[in-house]
Design a protein around this ligand. Structure first.
Ligand code: MSP
Length: 511
C-alpha cells in the first residue's frame, strides 16, 4: 500500500507565497523521509482552479479563466521544481480527468440520497469561498483572513446532507490521531458540537466550474470539486482515470497537510462526502499554523509580503528549508524574522555543522595523507557513538510523529555534541606526541563518522546540504542500501580518500 501525502491544492489567484512554500516543504520532507524508510510514496500537490474567486481574478485581468489558469498553474509547477520539491503528482482541477472523477463521485453521493435542491441564503467570503456563520453587522464585517467585506447570496443550490453524518463525524474527530495537533482537534470538536448543517454544493452564478449533470446553469461548488483533486490526482497520469482506479491505486490518503483556516473542509465536510460515496476517509489531517512576518500578518495592503522566490535566489533552498522546518513547531504559528533567519543559518548550518565538517576533514587530510584514519577503537566507551545512536533513535521517533522541528533539533544537538567532543579531546595538541597517534586516529574517525550520520539525517530535511556533506566525506551514501541501515555507527570506511574541503554553506550578512 502506498503512503499518500498531499499539500492543499493552491488557488491560482496569485503566484505561490511563503505560506504555500512552507506547507509544500514540510510535505516534501515527510515524503522524502517515508521513501528513505522504504515506503512507496505518492506525494500529491496541485492547483485549485475553479470558482468565483478565480473567475473574478481572470475577469479583472481581462482574460479567459482558462488562459489565466494555464499561466498560473505553470508558475506553480515550475516553482516547485525550482524548490526541488519531490512531488509525484501535480493535479489541475480544470483537467478533463478530474472532471470525470467529480462526476463519478457525485453520482455515488446522489445514489446515497444525499443531494437535494434548496435555497442558500447567507454571507459569503469570496476569498475563502465559504459561507460565514452570520456575523453581527455583516454589511461592514470584514473576513479576518482576507480583509474583504462579505457578500450576500440568495440562490437555489443543490445541497449535501451533511447533518445526516453528525454521529459518524463526531466519532471520527474524536479519534486522537485523526486531527493533529490537539488545539486544532478541539476547534473542530467545538464546531461539530454546535450541530452540522447541510451545505450547498452547486452554484448558479459561477460559470467557471464543472457543470452539474442534469442541472443547467449549475456548476459544482469549488470546494466540492477541489477536495476530489486528492483522489483524481492518484490516477492522473495513467490510462485509466476512473474513480475506481484512483481508489485502487492509493486511496485513502495518509496525510492531508493544511493550514488551520481550511480545517473544517478537510476534517468535517470531506470525511462526510467520502462516507456518502462509500469511500475510506483520510487517515490524518495535520493542521499547521500561520506564518507572520516580524510579528505582523503578511498581506499586500501591509506591504510586507515576503516573496519566497527572492529568498530562494538570494539564499538557496537549504537555509529557507532549515528555518521553516526547525524554527517553527508544526501546528503553531511561526514568525519570519530577517535577523533571526541570518542568525540561525549562520549558527546552525555554517558554524555548528559546516565548520565541524570543514575543520575535521582538514585535520584528517593533513595528518593522514588526505584520508579517513583507521578506526582504532582504543577507548572502551565511545561517548560519541552513544550520542549518535541516541540522536538517531530520537530523530526517528520524532519524525514518525511528524515533529519535524524536534527531529531537526536532534541533528543539531548531535553536531553540537560532536563539536564538544572534538574540543574536549583537542587532537591538535595530542598529535604533537607520536605516542598519541592511535588516539588521535580514533578521535578523528569518530568525529568524521558522526558527521557522516549528521549528513544522512539531513537527507529528508535538507537534501542539497546532505549531498554536499556526503561528497565531502568521500561519497559513502549508497542509494541501493536501506537508509536506516546506513545510520548504524562505524560504516565510514577507514583509509578512504577525503576530497579537498570546500565550504558547504556560506555565511549570511544582515541586510
Ligand atoms: N484552494 C484551497 C485549498 C483546497 S484543498 C482541496 C485554498 N487555497 S489557498 O491557496 O488559499 O491556501 C492554501 C494553503 O495556504 C492553506 O493551507 C492555507 O492555510 C495556507 N496559507 C495561506 N496563508 C498562509 C500563511 N500566511 N501562513 C501559512 N499558511 C498559510 O485554501
Amino acid at each position: 500500500m502506498s503512503f499518500v501525502i498531499t499539500t492543499p491544492l493552491y488557488y491560482v489567484n496569485d503566484k505561490p507565497h511563503l505560506g504555500s512554500v512552507y506547507t509544500t516543504i514540510i510535505c516534501d520532507s515527510i515524503a522524502r523521509y517515508k521513501r528513505l524508510v522504504g515506503e512507496e510514496v505518492i506525494f500529491i500537490t496541485g492547483v485549485d482552479e475553479h470558482g468565483l474567486k478565480i473567475q473574478r481574478t481572470a475577469n479583472e485581468k481581462g482574460v479567459e479563466p482558462k488562459t489565466h489558469c494555464d499561466e498560473i498553474s505553470e508558475i506553480f509547477n515550475i516553482n516547485w521544481k525550482n524548490w526541488d520539491i519531490s512531488f509525484d503528482k501535480f493535479i489541475r482541477t480544470s483537467s478533463k480527468n478530474h472532471e470525470l472523477v467529480v462526476n463519478e463521485f457525485y453520482k455515488r453521493v446522489k445514489g446515497s440520497d444525499d443531494i437535494y435542491m434548496g435555497v442558500q441564503k447567507g454571507w459569503y467570503c469570496v476569498g475563502c469561498e465559504e459561507f460565514k456563520d452570520n456575523p453581527e453587522n455583516s454589511t461592514t464585517y470584514k473576513c479576518p483572513i482576507h480583509q474583504k467585506k462579505l457578500e450576500w447570496k440568495n440562490e437555489e443550490n443543490l445541497f449535501f446532507r451533511l447533518s445526516k453524518y453528525q454521529k459518524q463525524i463526531e466519532e471520527i474527530i474524536n479519534e486522537p490521531t485523526f486531527i493533529e495537533p490537539i488545539e486544532r482537534r478541539n476547534e473542530i470538536i467545538n464546531f461539530v458540537s454546535r450541530g452540522l448543517k447541510d451545505f450547498s454544493i452547486s452554484r448558479t452564478n459561477v460559470s467557471w466550474g464543472i457543470p452539474v449533470p442534469g442541472y443547467e446553469h449549475h456548476t459544482f461548488y469549488v470546494w466540492f470539486d477541489a477536495l476530489l483533486g486528492y483522489v483524481s490526482a492518484i490516477s492522473n497520469d495513467t490510462n485509466d482515470n476512473s474513480l475506481e482506479n484512483s481508489i485502487k491505486r492509493g486511496w485513502p490518503a495518509d496525510i492531508h497537510l493544511i493550514g488551520k483556516d481550511i480545517l473544517r473542509f478537510h476534517a468535517v465536510y470531506w470525511p462526510a462526502m467520502l462516507i456518502s460515496a462509500g469511500m475510506k476517509i483520510p487517515k490524518k489531517v495535520l493542521g499547521h499554523g500561520f506564518l507572520t512576518r516580524e510579528g505582523q500578518k503578511m498581506g499586500k495592503s501591509l506591504g510586507n509580503v515576503l516573496d519566497p522566490n527572492l529568498l530562494l535566489s538570494k539564499y538557496g533552498n537549504d537555509p529557507v528549508r532549515w528555518y521553516l522546518i526547525k524554527d517553527i513547531s508544526l501546528g503553531n504559528d511561526g514568525d519570519f524574522q530577517d535577523r533571526r533567519f541570518v542568525d540561525i543559518i549562520n549558527n546552525d548550518l555554517a558554524n555548528v555543522i559546516g565548520n565541524l565538517l570543514n575543520r575535521t576533514s582538514s585535520m584528517s587530510r593533513k595528518w593522514f595523507d588526505n584520508k579517513v584514519p583507521t578506526n582504532e577503537k582504543i577507548t572502551t566507551e565511545n561517548k560519541l557513538e552513544n550520542f549518535a545512536n541516541h540522536a538517531v533513535e530520537n530523530y526517528i521517533n520524532k519524525f514518525d510523529i511528524y515533529k519535524l522541528d524536534l527531529a531537526a533539533n536532534e541533528v543539531l544537538n548531535l553536531a553540537i555534541n560532536t563539536n564538544l567532543y572534538l574540543n574536549d579531546n583537542q587532537p591538535w595538541l595530542l598529535i604533537k606526541e607520536e605516542k598519541n597517534l592511535p588516539l588521535v586516529k580514533e578521535i578523528i574517525y569518530n568525529v568524521l563518522e558522526s558527521t557522516r550520520i549528521i549528513g544522512l539525517l539531513l537527507l529528508p530535511l535538507l537534501p542539497e546540504l546532505s549531498t554536499k556533506i556526503d561528497d565531502q566525506l568521500g561519497s559513502n551514501y549508497k542509494k541501493e542500501v536501506p537508509w536506516k541501515n546506513q545510520l548504524r555507527w562505524g560504516l565510514l570506511i577507514s583509509n578512504s580518500s577525503l576530497p579537498k574541503p570546500t565550504p558547504i554553506i556560506n555565511k549570511l550578512e544582515y541586510e
